[in-house]
Design a protein around this ligand. Structure first.
Ligand code: NAD
Length: 374
């Protein structure tokens, strides 16, 4: 709950006291104390990385009720100028990649949302933590679990929160499926299928540079199938197997996966079969099968609307802008300690990174790799 400092204008103090002010009556006139209010606290966010997704998040924040865009961090002065005008951001809240540690002394910024190439997230989040600001970080949180854990540790040490931009964790149709699964409406869960991919264009972009991306389709889009398998089944996988194919080894160099099929086993005996690719369009589908029913979501992770059909009929939850809901929910997590239905904290991100590490290992060795996530 937010608190508000009330400065009492003790105008109704006795005329005598006002007529002959003493030290005590003067201090009483300016006495301040804290009263609780029901106004929700606004999360003041600076976006780091004003690229395509950063732009989408900035637009979505304009519709938020609990989040406000108050700053930017960018290496491109012309973009900063545009954003300053467009979103009424004061010059004192604008930083570049060299000087953003100074945000430490800026009371107008509560959190920094890191929306840069994957391999930069680790160092940037650690600097955000050291500046004493909450960190929101895009997926994948890092390029491996070790780096992800270092980010979690840094945020813990600094006493700030680390949240990962898992927008699907707040999407209404997705949450309805999770509710149905928890209520037993699908019965015992037996199988999940997650298909995630698109045909990637420009071969010179950072997503196809292993140094900046840490991997190819798996880091970018396959992570949705991994994360989805976990929240749709409601368990943590205990093993993974994986196979890789490449149609174009020149475009998809060493360290950049183009297509990987992977399979999970879960403690209950449920299994999952997933596909991550930069080689196929029209691939955005989740399917869950249980002893009493099923759900097919298509599209399942795109920007929406998310659509789905279950054995009981269509999913009809409200259509929302994912990033608007995400940011307001994150404000509630940060300020009110709200617990989301599916976690979005750093530890959740590390679990996905451990799975990605295991998938890459399974591809390399051809072996079934054990997972310990709980
Ligand atoms: P983008 O290329 O459009 O933007 C990246 C931004 O980072 C650019 O503004 C670029 O100038 C900046 N940058 C800073 N240092 C850089 C460097 N050394 N090399 C290249 N660019 C640098 O990429 P994007 O699509 O906005 O993706 C950014 C992050 O957001 C990625 O981690 C990606 O996985 C994530 N993302 C998430 C979603 C989602 O739905 N949650 C969607 C798209 C992207």
């Amino acid at each position: 709950m937010k608190t508000r400092r009330i400065f009492l204008q003790k105008a109704s103090l006795s005329a005598l006291a006002l007529a002959t002010p003493t030290f005590n009556t003067l201090s009483a006139m300016t006495e301040s104390f804290t009263l609780p209010t029901n106004e929700p606290q606004i999360l003041r966010v600076a976006i780091m990385g004003l690229g395509s997704y950063g732009t989408r998040v900035a637009e979505a924040i304009q519709k938020c009720t609990r989040t406000k865009l108050t700053g930017v961090i960018s290496g491109t002065p012309s973009k900063v100028e545009d954003w300053k005008k467009k979103y009424d951001i004061p010059a004192k809240n604008c930083y570049n990649y060299e000087n953003f540690d100074a945000v430490k002394n800026n009371p107008d910024i509560d959190a920094i949302y890191v929306i840069t190439p994957n391999a930069l997230h680790k160092d940037q989040v650690i600097r955000v933590a050291k500046a004493g600001k909450h960190a929101i970080c895009e997926k994948p949180m890092a390029v491996n679990a070790e780096d992800g854990q270092a980010m979690v540790d840094a945020c813990k040490a600094a006493g700030v929160q680390l949240l990962i931009g898992y927008r699907m964790h707040f999407e209404p149709n997705t949450l309805e499926v999770i509710r149905m699964r928890k209520a037993g409406e699908f019965g015992d869960i037996r199988f999940f299928q997650g298909l995630c991919g698109f045909v990637i264009g420009d071969p010179t972009q950072w997503r196809l540079d292993p140094v900046l991306s840490g991997g190819g389709a798996m880091m970018d889009i396959g992570i949705y199938a991994i994360n989805g398998a976990r929240y749709m089944i409601g368990e943590e996988p205990v093993w993974v197997t994986a196979q890789e194919t490449k149609s174009n080894p020149e475009k998809f160099k060493e360290g950049i996966d183009e297509t990987i099929t992977f399979q999970f086993g879960f403690p209950s005996g449920a299994t999952a079969s997933c596909l991550s690719t930069y080689y196929m369009n029209y691939l955005d589908k989740f399917y869950l099968n249980g002893s009493k029913g099923w759900v097919e979501m298509k599209p399942s992770t795109g920007y929406g609307p998310i659509k789905g059909e279950t054995h009981k009929g269509p999913l009809n939850e409200p259509i929302v802008t994912h990033q608007t809901v995400q940011m307001d929910e994150m404000a509630a997590i940060i300020f009110d300690g709200k617990k989301p239905e599916v976690p979005v904290n750093g530890e959740e991100g590390v679990k996905d990174m451990k799975i990605i590490d295991a998938i890459f290992k399974a591809v390399k060795t051809g072996e079934k790799v054990s997972l310990k996530l709980t």
